[in-house]
Design a protein around this ligand. Sequence first.
Ligand code: TYM
Length: 334
Amino acid sequence: MEKKRLVFSGVQPTGNLHLGNYLGALKNFVSLQKEMNCIYCVVDLHAITVFQNPNELRNNVLETLASFLATGLDPDKSIIFNQSSVSGHTELAWILNCVSKIGWLNRMTQFKDKAGSDKEKASVGLYIYPNLMAADILLYKATHVPVGADQKQHLELSRDIAQKFNNDFNCKDFFPLPEPLISKNISRVMSLRDGTKKMSKSEESDYSRINLKDTKDEISKKIKKAKSDSNQIPDNLKDLDTKPEALNLINIYSEISNNNIEKVLNEMSGKEYSFLKTKLADLLISEITPVGKEIKKLLGDKAHLEQILQKGKEKANIIAEENLKNIREKVGLI
Ligand code: TYM
């Protein structure tokens, strides 16, 4: 019998979403919604592993939902809700905390990056964050998880946890081993200021990223100022090996223009980067600014957004409770 395919993914409500979230995750969310059952979650419990101002968090949850909708997610096709409204996430996370191993968590590079040099001061939540992520996915027995490349290690851990649960409780195939769906073309959008770092909400300079809510002028300015290369654009990828910022611009252009890299290099070789930048800014403006406008419009009706979350919560909760019943039984909880 063919296994039921189910997509799950989450996005943290920690401020403006950016081009990395859009190309690495949201665009894939939207195309998957056409062919599979999908559950998309605003993961507020993940956000609070680092202190969040409560009022800002509330707004950011709605803004993340608005970004989902503005990019094309449809609450009649996909289940869309916020994580803390379905208590099964934390219950399963606790059970999985007791399945997962400290040695596994110690290998997580994102914890090392986020905790920085003083790990003693990081929250316990930040350390066990990947177990909560496994709970998000396994609570729904999701089979496919669209994410950017930065989440690959967490996904591998989710698979290890699922496998160990199935072995520990002698229930082969109870949890499916979730497969990451990582875009082949652009799995990691890099910072516009430093091509060795991923584009991120937490980088200090706003010039390092294109936000979904950026205006036409902001996009133009940021692309103009983006680091590139003083040489002309080469005709082959090898010559970009040591030029991460230039490569990043070419990758973004290739993705947003729907042309493969070879075609882009063919079109651009011998030209200055300013030529590429002008074309890239135009394409970004026509793709991103309508999304930004729609986000702002949706945020004008908060009651409508809250209603969508409420409906999503109800649908998610039914699946979660059904699965939790079986999980509790496997573990021996009465
Ligand atoms: P988050 O909120 O950091 O990012 C949301 C999604 O955007 C992708 N992404 C990127 N992709 C390409 N280039 C970039 N520069 C870039 N920056 C972010 C991320 O890979 C992600 O897909 N732990 C997750 C949220 C999460 C989750 C889950 C995801 C919680 N539970 C369960 C999947 C399944 C995170 O912090 O994503």
